[in-house]
Design a protein around this ligand. Structure first.
Ligand SMILES: Nc1ncnc2c1ncn2[C@@H]1O[C@H](COP(=O)(O)OP(=O)(O)OP(=O)(O)O)[C@@H](O)[C@H]1O
Ligand SMILES: [Mg+2]
Length: 286
């Protein structure tokens, strides 16, 4: 199969039929190999927008030991007691619903990460079926939510592999740099490996251009041209601009919609939720 055929097959564009039975939630991994491209900003504001503007019951899970999701939503979320995400991942037969916490945002629930995740990453590598441990813990959560969004760490290690193996599709943020572009190529190679070797029908919901700065137009145009040439139909229509309100909101622990509701960042993430819901088959129109 040619590269472009494989890319089109991976893209799986357009609304897909609803899964039947209890596994109703669509699971979406926000993943990129490069650090700082906007994974957490995207996972957080997308999850909030899906819950608030699309009325979808949404669970946001942080798979990065840095704990940036809980920091980004500190004003609307208080960590509960009980086991940690690493306890659940490493425990036999435990279910992630034990650590699903409500937030002050209607329809939005959160599973925070913990410092033990970095160590868990190493322990996982010795386990049989190590790529499917997260998937095994999500069975009940899938029945109780419409969407599950996973924020991944900035590498292609075991936690990212677990996220991809537990997901129906992935969203790949790419900022306007050559390194980020190279990271997209590496991540899509992993997606193919997961499809071929693990037999898991993982889709690519889209590649999301982030941190677009009009002042840097030559580099931006170059990266955008490369993305369009390589991945055409996989490129999301939504573009995320550089917008200081996104960084300020993260520092204040609120979604961007609560800090600068009509700014360019908030508008972009609202548009992204429309596009994601449509591409996932959860909204009939955009
Ligand atoms: N579009 C944007 N405009 C301005 N600042 C942004 C934008 N997106 C992200 N940032 C800021 O850039 C920094 C990195 O963003 P973020 O934490 O979302 O990236 P990440 O890919 O999750 O990083 P890591 O790889 O460390 O997990 C944060 O301070 C964030 O507030
Ligand atoms: Mg992050």
């Amino acid at each position: 199969m040619s590269l472009s055929d494989r890319i089109l097959k991976m893209a799986g564009l357009g609304p897909s039929p609803s899964p039947s039975g209890p596994a109703r939630a669509r699971v979406l991994a926000v993943a990129a190999q490069k650090g700082g491209v906007g994974k957490t900003t995207t996972a957080v504001n997308l999850a909030v927008a899906l819950a608030r503007f699309q009325n979808l019951r949404t669970l946001l899970i942080d798979l990065d030991g840095q704990g940036h999701v809980a920091t980004s939503l500190a004003a609307v979320f208080q960590d509960g007691t009980g086991p940690s995400l690493s306890d659940i991942l490493l425990g036999h037969g435990r279910d992630l619903t034990e650590i699903v916490h409500p937030t002050r945002i209607e329809n939005l629930y959160l599973t925070p990460s913990d410092k033990g995740l970095a160590a868990a990453e190493g322990i996982l590598s010795g386990r049989i079926g190590k790529e499917f441990l997260l998937r095994g813990t999500l069975k009940q959560a899938r029945a109780g939510f419409d969407v599950i969004v996973l924020d991944c760490p900035p590498n292609l290690g075991n936690l990212t592999l677990n996220a991809l193996a537990a997901s129906d599709s992935c969203l790949v943020p790419c900022d306007m740099s050559a390194l980020s572009l190279a990271g997209v190529i590496d991540l899509l190679a992993v997606v193919e490996t997961i499809r071929d070797r693990l037999g898991h029908d993982l889709g690519v919901l889209g590649i999301l251009p982030t941190r677009i700065d009009r002042r840097n137009s030559r580099v931006t145009r170059h990266v955008m041209d490369e993305l369009a040439a390589l991945y055409g139909p996989m490129l999301m229509d939504t573009r995320i601009p550089v917008n200081s309100a996104l960084a300020r909101a993260q520092m204040a622990g609120v979604p961007v919609f609560d800090l600068d509701a009509s700014g360019t960042g908030a508008n972009a993430y609202r548009d992204l939720a429309d596009e994601v819901a449509f591409r996932m088959g959860l909204a009939a129109t955009r």
